[in-house]
Design a protein around this ligand. Structure first.
Ligand code: PXL
Length: 285
């Protein structure tokens, strides 16, 4: 039963962002990274756990997945109560969870849905099986405002090797034919000669992401920072895009702000852990 609401007259109600993703207890990736990112942009974060993973900065050692019912029972009361301005999905490990999340998105007409098609951890742990990946493509691509694969994820989704910018073009067409309207392909893993615009000769690397909106394409370039502190950068980027969409920024602007945020978060990483360390989520002024 809802109580009559008593509101602080001075409060400015923040935008609410929801993440449905895995728990990384070491805090660098998954829902903890998402919540910190939402907070860094002044948004209020809500989270539902799809899987409890066991990991630290050296690797992922296992996971216990939630059921579809558990995910629904986490998400439903939140959506009954809050007006959610953006939703981000991360690790969705099973077919049943993916179909339930697609149903929830439809039932509640969720807007600004950012789908990060998480497939594998940096350390090589499979976070989703093949059947689940097919289900993700079929059920979530058509309802996503944007899909944000990195290169290995794009390769697995498009079932092709991606070595050049031409390959990226081909992969994006394939992903759009699978129902994804807007695709951000994160080119951080691209061979050095194909990174960026004309930097190959100078040997200076840049981190380039490619945004495809319909038939348009836009290139986002930023400094490539040589570091092992990259744990959770994918989660952080997609959460930052969701937060900026929640704030009312358009897609292109949201991607630019999110990318700059991740670059600074990597640059000022706290150096925690002995492996691939987390980034600094509270870099934003
Ligand atoms: O960055 C991929 C990823 C997403 N979500 C969770 C993870 C990882 C990688 O380890 O653990 C929960």
């Amino acid at each position: 039963m809802s109580k009559s609401k008593i509101q602080n007259p001075n409060s400015k109600i923040p935008k609410v962002c929801l993440t449905i993703a895995g728990l990384d207890p070491s805090g660098g990736a998954g829902i903890i990274a998402d919540i910190k990112t939402f907070a860094a942009f002044g948004c209020y974060g809500a989270a539902a756990i799809s899987s409890v993973t066991f990991q630290n900065t050296n690797g992922v050692f296992g996971a216990v997945h939630q059921t579809a019912e558990s995910v629904r029972r986490q998400v439903d009361p939140v959506l009954q109560d809050f007006s959610v301005s953006a939703t981000k999905t991360g690790m969705l490990p099973t077919v049943e969870i993916i179909t339930e999340v697609a149903r929830l998105i439809g039932e509640f007409a969720l807007k600004n849905v950012v789908v990060d098609p998480v497939v594998r951890s940096t350390s090589g742990f499979n976070l989703i099986d093949d059947a689940a990946l097919d289900a993700l493509i079929e059920n979530l691509f058509p309802v996503a405002g944007i899909v944000t694969p990195n290169l290995p994820e794009a390769e697995r989704i498009a079932r092709m090797r991606i070595l050049t910018r031409r390959d990226i073009e081909k992969a994006r067409r394939l992903m759009q034919s699978m129902g994804a309207k807007n695709v951000l392909i994160k080119g951080g893993h691209l061979p050095i000669a194909d990174r960026g615009s004309g930097n190959a000769d100078s040997g200076k690397r840049s981190a380039v992401d490619y945004l495809f909106t319909g038939s348009q394409s836009e290139l986002f370039e930023s400094e490539f920072i040589e570091t092992t502190s990259t744990h959770g950068t994918g989660c952080t980027l997609s959460a930052a895009i969701a937060a900026n969409l929640a704030l009312g920024n358009n897609l292109s602007h949201s991607v630019r702000i999110a990318k700059d945020y991740v670059t600074e978060a990597i640059r000022t990483a706290p150096g925690i852990g002995s492996g691939n360390g987390p980034v600094n989520h509270f870099v934003r002024k």
